[in-house]
Design a protein around this ligand. Structure first.
Ligand code: AMP
Length: 452
């Protein structure tokens, strides 16, 4: 592995790296920085957590430091544009640009919606070198003449897959029309579906492709388990698991914003300090939640996928997939919020009666079956058997389980007997069907034990 000193970075950047206490470049930094310094376009397949922000920011700052402001311009012009799909990610990139550029006299600005535009407009009028932006606010400000993109030399499209998922393609196309023809282009994406490949072909010219597979930096460091649980029991299971130990930094992913709000209320009522973070929250509320989570005053962050990309908190110990994601690739992004910066992490996924298909899709992406933890108080043998038989329970299972729901019949540390007709009545025995399917199973290896 290369050292930073071998990467031909100028002294102010080397000093900024030292100030960050980075000892070695991450794989994406080692691979991307040299070609980017040469001015090549790069297509990077890498997720947040791999060090990709420094991978594109360091060479970008070096280029800007060397090229200087355009002649004939009275104020600084935007020479680098970084597009981010979410406000959180934009904010974090903006912070990184400031930190890596601390020994250079360069100005940067982050613009996104949901906050007062006046300070952004004033900063634009003073002039910025590096603009980090979310597409909506950027187009708005551009349309009203506050942003001039004609001097952009470097264009970075970050989290391209998420950008497309969020419907930003038309906005990206409009922004690209405002950019000059000659420029260096970088496109980063955690996944490379054909839609992103197509966009990459439009934006990039003879790019160098760098693949940092999502599993590389994070998944190995994450202990992943799967729990089968009826939908109606999931909140109770989560509370029990959280109560079974001192609550550390935990992120819980739900499918919908309303689901996140509902769950946050339940956690609150159960005495946990939890906050929701999703697209319906104002920017201030999202930032407040993130700050409090980072500081440790909030232990549990309940998030949707849209908010997930921007969460870069190194100390996250646990990630719960309270709902499995509809897009299986998101599973990897979600659990990648833990196991960061060399730490170990724990990821626990709940699979309920509607999510057999999602589980299959996630395991297909992972290339292996998740380890089941049966030793939890709301374990559903019925759901486990359905999954083992390769029969997604999302169709017939829903009705059946509703009818079979039996409140108040479960006991701590034991599986509910009323819920799964024909299946064993406690956690000691498992249905034969699930035994021979090659799934790894284990009991409480995740360290979650009811406190009874
Ligand atoms: P990113 O993928 O850019 O979001 O970076 C993920 C995290 O890794 C951030 O907290 C960075 O500060 C950190 N990081 C980036 N590069 C390095 C490095 N070379 N050594 C250690 N940590 C790093």
């Amino acid at each position: 592995m290369k050292k930073f000193s071998e990467l031909d970075l100028i002294d102010p950047l080397q000093r900024a790296i030292e100030a960050k206490n980075y000892t070695q470049p991450t794989p994406i930094q080692a691979q991307a920085i040299p070609p980017l310094l040469e001015g090549r376009d790069v297509l990077g397949c890498a997720q947040t957590g791999t060090g990709k922000t420094a991978a594109f920011t360091l060479p970008m700052l070096q280029h800007l430091a060397g090229s200087g402001a355009k002649k004939g311009t009275s104020k600084r012009s935007i020479r680098a544009l970084i597009l981010s799909p979410t406000r959180e990610l934009a904010g974090q990139i903006g912070e990184s640009v400031k930190e890596y550029g601390r020994y250079l006299s360069m100005t940067s600005l982050v613009v996104f919606g949901g906050v007062n535009e006046k300070p952004q407009i004033r900063a634009l009028e003073r002039g910025v070198d590096v603009l980090v932006a979310c597409p909506g606010r950027l187009l708005d400000l551009h349309g009203r003449g506050f942003v001039d993109l004609s001097q952009v030399e470097i264009f970075v499209l970050d989290e391209a897959d998420r950008m497309l998922d969020m419907g930003f393609l038309p906005d990206v196309k409009r922004i690209m029309k405002a950019l000059p023809q000659r420029r260096q282009n970088l496109l980063f994406s955690a996944t490379m579906p054909t839609s992103v490949e197509g966009l990459a072909r439009k934006i990039l010219s003879d790019p160098l492709r760098i693949d940092i597979s999502p599993e590389e930096p994070t998944v190995d460091a994450i202990d992943q388990t799967l729990m089968f649980v009826q939908r109606s029991d999931k909140a109770k299971l989560l509370c029990e698991l959280l109560a079974a130990r001192p609550v550390d930094s935990t992120i819980v992913f739900t499918r919908t914003k309303h689901g996140a709000n509902r769950l946050t209320k339940k956690l609150d009522r159960a005495g946990f300090s939890a906050m929701a973070i999703h697209g319906n929250k104002s920017q201030n509320a999202r930032r407040r939640a993130l700050n409090q989570f980072q500081e440790g005053t909030v232990d549990v962050l309940v998030a949707t996928d849209v908010a997930a990309r921007g969460i870069d908190v190194e100390t996250v110990t646990h990630v719960f997939n309270f709902d499995l994601p509809d897009d299986p690739e998101s599973y990897v992004h979600r659990i990648g919020r833990t196991g960061r910066a060399g730490r170990k992490g724990t990821a626990i996924a709940f699979c309920d009666e509607r999510q057999g298909d999602q589980l299959k899709a996630v395991e297909k992406v992972l290339g292996e079956e998740l380890t089941i933890d049966e030793d939890q108080p709301y374990h559903s043998a019925e759901l486990m058997a359905a999954a083992a038989a390769g029969r997604p329970s999302s169709s017939g299972g829903r009705k059946k389980s509703r009818g079979g729901r039996s409140r108040g019949r479960r006991s701590r540390g034991r599986r509910s007997s009323g819920r799964s007709k024909g299946s064993p009545s406690n956690g000691e025995q498992s249905p034969n069907r699930s035994q021979g399917n090659g799934r790894k199973r284990r009991r409480s290896k995740s360290g979650w034990r009811p406190k009874s």
